[in-house]
Design a protein around this ligand. Structure first.
Ligand code: UD2
Ligand code: MN
Length: 564
């Protein structure tokens, strides 16, 4: 009994000790935990205090009315000097942007006819804005313009995707701004743990989006009145339509909202070098009606798409790194795989076009080139040959990476050929070796060739002569088109002052851009009644037109001549 009792007593003591320990542990943990929480809270409070004062400081410098209506804004004194300086380092006027109200109102830039349309969409949009080390005021102005110009019943959410910016103050201030000044709006900030490049950043945004439609914007845009309604209305009408607004220019130096004067808007094209270009609308009625107009390609940064269709049609090529190429990839894919791409003239958004990227890329890789090589392999069939003439080093280069999934996608979606795309969607695109009288290198005296002398895209310059390259490079690739143009992509040889020969934009109206290539080797220019000539000077600016005569300096040989 005693023994048993003694054993019981021991048991009680043990139990007591155990309970005591347990209670102590619980208290300790609670205490410890509360210590963490309180420290965390204190830190947050301190940070908030810091951010609050920085923001207030920042807000106090804003000049009401500056840049209102989209008028050019002017700085004076030191601000002007600093502003100009920042243009060189940041590609936009930082001082000015920081002083301009974040919620500035722009004038209605639309064609007056747009006011006759009524839109009543029922679907909602997730607006996705990606950014990497952008200027806070520019990002916030983008966000405010979306909030102020989008009816709340059409806006599901704004998703900001930070592509792992390294600017800590931008990150902290932006987060704080959202949680205080923008707390009444549904804004989500997604932070990527690694720099993923703009293509994968957009994909991450799309993955968390919940709206019926996705609307992508660059982080230096300003939306204008009724921009969203026509985009959503068109998607509601046709889920396979992908829409781009007219992209107006916000000048990087003075933030003027510029609508390109009276010039009718343009749609998207491409160059064989793999760049996006602006092109004129072909059908006259499309310039007038203000209805959505077919566009062969899109610039890339600003577009609206049904969320389900975005995934069904293959979202993006996730193996595309950095910057560039995704816009043409998506454009070709949409058209070839059963969708349509349209510019909506009654939706207008401004974008700050910058002269250079104010950010660098990891490893200095030519991501535009590599991404473009990926897309030409998947979507352009044999027409990829023209791209590789511009970028020979990328042909069969393993840096392009594996394409299996994208090729499978093309099969799965039963997409049409690139030839179909050219014939049906972009018939005006000049193909250097199709429907032409002659093409290839144009040789004189066996070793010299017509050459564009590295004329940059979009520039005007003399038609020249250079030693023939052993392989046909694009700089020496000319065609005599069915319209009688001596042509290189969009550049035509044109006679100036009845003497010199310049490469300028093709206008399609013959006259001084009209040539006849005779089988005897002369290239005759009817409007001056002269022949393309070179002389003893061997390279450079040595091509002109002169009186036709039998001379080896007027004898030109194309690599390919179509005898028909
Ligand atoms: C154009 C497009 C852009 C994109 C690009 C081709 C327009 C108006 N802009 O160039 O959207 O399609 O062509 O790829 O159509 N960014 C990141 N991570 C990076 C680099 C950039 O998130 O590693 C962000 C950047 O902060 C910006 C957006 O991506 O918000 C587009 O970059 P950009 O403005 O430098 O490109 P842009 O307008 O010259
Ligand atoms: Mn941009």
């Amino acid at each position: 009994m005693f023994m048993r009792c003694g054993r019981n007593k021991k048991l009680h003591i043990r139990l007591l000790v155990f309970v005591f320990l347990l209670v102590w542990l619980v208290f300790y943990l609670k205490l410890f935990n509360s210590k963490i929480v309180s420290e965390d809270e204190r830190e947050r409070a301190l940070l908030a205090l810091k951010y609050e004062s920085t923001l207030q400081d920042y807000e106090s410098k804003i000049v009401p009315g500056l840049g209102d209506g989209g008028e050019p804004a002017v700085l004076e004194g030191d601000d002007q000097v600093e502003g100009e300086k920042s243009l060189k380092s940041f590609a936009l006027n930082v001082v000015l942007s920081d002083k301009m109200p974040l919620d500035r109102r722009l004038r209605d830039p639309r064609n007056p006819r747009c006011k006759d349309f009524t839109y009543n969409p029922k679907i909602k949009a997730s607006v996705i804005i990606i950014f990497y080390n952008e200027l806070l005021s520019v990002v916030l102005r983008t966000v405010w313009s979306v909030i102020l110009q989008t009816p709340s019943h059409l806006l599901q959410e704004i998703i900001l995707v930070d592509d792992c910016s390294t600017n800590e103050s931008l990150k902290g201030l932006l987060e704080y701004y959202i949680s205080t000044r923008l707390k009444n709006y549904n804004i989500r900030l997604v932070r990527l743990l690694n720099r993923m490049g703009l293509i994968r950043a957009r994909l991450q945004g799309a993955r968390v989006a919940t709206g019926d439609a996705l609307v992508f914007l660059d982080s230096h845009c300003e939306a204008t009145v009724q921009w969203m309604e026509p985009l959503l209305a068109r998607i509601e009408e046709d889920k396979t339509a992908v829409l781009v607004p007219i992209i107006d220019v916000i000048e990087a130096n003075n933030f003027a909202y510029s609508t390109n004067g009276e010039v009718v808007f343009q749609v998207g094209g491409f160059s064989w070098a793999g760049h996006f270009t602006w092109i004129d609308i072909q059908k006259e009625e499309d310039k007038e009606t203000m209805n959505p107009v077919q566009s062969p390609t899109m610039a890339g940064g600003l577009f609206a798409i049904d969320r389900k269709f975005f995934w069904d049609i293959g979202s993006y090529d996730e193996q595309m790194d950095g910057w560039g190429g995704e816009n043409l990839e998506m454009s070709f894919r949409i058209w070839q795989c059963g969708g349509k791409l349209e510019t909506v003239p009654c939706s207008r958004v401004g974008h700050v076009f910058r002269d250079f990227h104010p950010y660098s890329f990891p490893d200095n890789k030519d991501t535009h080139g590599i991404n473009t090589a990926r897309l030409v392999e998947v979507w352009m069939d044999d027409y990829k040959r023209f791209f590789y003439m511009h970028e020979p080093s990328l042909e069969n280069n393993p840096v392009i990476g594996d394409l299996t999934h994208r090729k499978q996608l093309r099969q799965k979606l039963r997409c049409k050929s690139f030839k179909w795309y050219l014939n049906n969607i972009y018939p005006e695109k000049f193909v250097p070796d199709e429907n032409v009288f002659a093409y290839g290198q144009v040789k004189n005296r066996g070793e010299y060739c017509l050459d564009d002398l590295q004329l940059a895209e979009g520039k005007v310059g003399p038609l020249g002569l250079y030693v023939c390259h052993p392989n046909l490079a694009m700089s020496q690739y000319f065609s005599v088109s069915s319209k009688g143009e001596l042509r290189k992509e969009n550049f035509c040889a044109e006679v100036h002052n009845g003497y010199s020969v310049e490469l300028t934009e093709c206008h399609g109206h013959k006259r001084e851009q009209y040539w006849i290539y005779f089988i005897n080797g002369t290239i005759y220019h009817p409007s001056s009644n002269k022949c393309l000539t070179t002389f003893e000077v061997e390279t450079g600016k040595s091509v002109l037109v002169e009186k036709c005569k039998k001379s080896r300096y007027q004898y030109w040989e194309f690599t390919h001549v179509n005898h028909s």
